[in-house]
Design a protein around this ligand. Structure first.
Ligand code: SF4
Ligand SMILES: [Zn+2]
Length: 399
C-alpha cells in the first residue's frame, strides 16, 4: 500500500491553519474567508478588510531582516549594539544575548522584524494596564528572544528560544494593524517576551496603528537604553514596566540583569510624561517578598514617581526553572497593605482573581470605582476621568 507523503510545505500550511485557529480570533475569520473563497465575491462595499496570510515558518529569510537603529560599528566588521544596557559586542555572523540581532558584514540586523510567534486578542487588563480603556480588548503579540533570563519566565518557550527555533508568522505593520482592527480591538500590546528588542518593528507598527486610532502598549522588563526609550515614550500610549525585585541580589540570582537600569527606565518614562506608566512587581516567596524590601520599594516609588502611578504586586506561580508553591495569599495581602500604608493610591494585587485588592477605590471618598474579577470589569464608576461620587480626578487615560 502506498502511503500519502506530507511535504514540509503542506505540513507547515496545515500547522499554520490549526495554530491560527487556536491563537487568534482574527485568523479564524481569515480562515473562514479562505474557505468561502469559492462563493460569489461580495459587493465592493461589503468586502472584508484585508488581513495577513496566516503562514507559520521557522525560516528567517534575510530579505525580511531590518538594520537596527541603535548600534556602533567597531573595527574588523565587529559591531556593538546600543539598544539595551548589555551593549553586546557582536562578531560577524554572531548574535547578541537576546538572540534577535545579528551582525551581517558589519551591519546589525533585527531578525525578528515582522516575525511574531504569538498573536492573540486579550483584555487590556492582562497587560497589567488598569488605568487605560478598562474592559477593552487588545491585539497582543510577541516575538522570540529576550534580553533578560528570568528563572520563572512564564513565556520561556519563546523568550528563551532562538527565533528560528519557534514558528512565527510574517506580518508587516499594515498586517498587524489590519488584524487588530478586524478583531475589533482598541489597542495593540507588545508582550510575552521582550518587545523592546524588536524596537524597529514596534516603532513602525505604532506609526500605522496610531494613524488608525489604535492605542499602542508595551509590556517590558525595562532593560532599555535612554535614547531608544525616549523614542518609545513619544511613539507609544502606555508602558507597563516589570520591576522584578527591589534588590540587585534578586536580579543576580533570578534575572541576569541590573536593577539600576530598570529603575532608571521607570523614572525616565515618568519624567518624559508622554506614555502612560504602570509598574508591576511579581512577588516570589523567599526571594523578593521581604516586607522591608517591599517597603523600601514603595518609598522609592513615591519619592520618584509620586503617589498616583498604578503599581501591581502579582502573585508568582511556578514556571520554567523556579518551581515552588505559589506565593501565599497572606504574603500578597501583607504586601498590598504595605503599599497602601505607604500612601500609594493605586496599589493592586494581581493574579488573585476576585480579590478586592484588584479593585480601584477613590483615594478621596474611598468608594469602589472599578470592580474587577480576573480580567472582567463588573462595574466602573469613573466618568470623564472623575469619581462619580465625589468628583475626585482619577489619574489615567480613560477615554
Ligand atoms: S538588544 Fe540584544 S543584542 Fe542589543 S545589547 Fe541588548 S541583548 Fe545585546
Ligand atoms: Zn470619590
Amino acid at each position: 500500500m502506498v502511503q500519502a507523503q506530507v511535504t514540509r510545505r503542506e505540513f507547515l500550511k496545515a500547522s499554520a491553519l490549526v495554530a491560527a485557529q487556536v491563537t487568534c480570533g482574527a485568523w479564524l475569520t481569515g480562515c473562514a474567508n479562505a474557505l468561502a473563497a469559492s462563493a460569489p465575491p461580495p459587493a465592493a462595499s461589503d468586502a472584508p478588510a484585508p488581513i495577513a496570510t496566516p503562514t507559520l515558518s521557522r525560516e528567517l529569510p534575510f530579505s525580511g531582516w531590518r538594520e537596527v537603529k541603535y548600534y556602533d560599528q567597531l573595527a574588523s566588521a565587529v559591531v556593538q549594539c546600543a539598544q539595551c544596557p548589555r551593549r553586546c559586542v557582536i562578531a560577524p555572523n554572531a548574535r547578541g544575548f537576546c538572540q534577535t540581532r545579528e551582525n551581517r558584514d558589519g551591519k546589525l540586523y533585527s531578525v525578528v522584524y515582522g516575525r511574531p510567534c504569538i498573536t492573540k486578542t486579550t483584555p487590556i487588563e492582562k497587560a497589567a494596564i488598569y488605568h487605560m480603556l478598562p474592559g477593552t480588548q487588545s491585539y497582543s503579540l510577541g516575538t522570540a528572544g529576550c534580553n533578560l533570563a528570568c528563572l520563572y519566565c512564564q513565556n520561556y518557550t519563546i523568550a528563551r528560544a532562538k527565533p528560528e527555533e519557534v514558528e512565527s508568522y510574517t506580518m508587516t505593520p499594515d498586517d498587524v494593524v489590519a488584524a487588530a482592527l478586524k478583531a475589533k480591538t482598541k489597542s495593540i500590546t507588545f508582550s510575552y517576551s521582550e518587545a523592546s528588542v524588536a524596537f524597529e518593528w514596534m516603532m513602525d507598527i505604532a506609526k500605522v496603528a496610531r494613524a488608525k486610532g489604535l492605542k499602542v502598549i508595551l509590556k517590558t522588563g525595562g532593560y532599555i537604553n535612554e535614547a531608544p526609550l525616549k523614542e518609545l515614550c513619544g511613539a507609544l500610549d502606555a508602558i507597563n514596566v516589570d520591576m522584578k525585585g527591589f534588590s540587585q541580589t534578586f536580579y543576580d540570582q533570578v534575572c541576569q540583569g541590573e536593577l539600576k537600569y530598570v529603575l532608571e527606565t521607570i523614572k525616565t518614562i515618568r519624567r518624559e510624561n508622554k506614555a502612560w506608566l504602570e509598574v508591576a512587581n511579581l512577588v516570589v516567596p523567599g526571594y523578593n517578598d521581604d516586607p522591608k524590601m517591599i517597603g523600601d520599594f514603595c518609598a522609592w516609588f513615591k519619592e520618584n514617581l509620586g503617589d498616583d502611578v498604578p503599581v501591581f504586586f502579582t502573585r508568582y506561580e511556578p514556571a520554567y526553572r523556579l518551581r515552588m508553591p505559589p506565593t501565599p495569599v497572606e504574603t500578597m495581602e501583607r504586601t498590598y497593605k504595605i503599599a497602601r500604608d505607604a500612601g500609594l493610591k493605586y496599589a493592586y494585587v494581581g493574579n488573585l482573581p476576585g480579590h478586592t485588592g484588584a479593585n480601584t477605590y477613590c483615594p478621596k471618598c474611598g468608594k469602589l470605582l472599578i470592580e474587577r474579577v480576573g480580567f472582567d470589569i463588573k462595574q466602573n464608576q469613573i466618568a470623564k476621568g472623575k469619581c462619580k461620587f465625589c468628583g475626585e480626578t482619577i489619574n489615567g487615560k480613560w477615554a
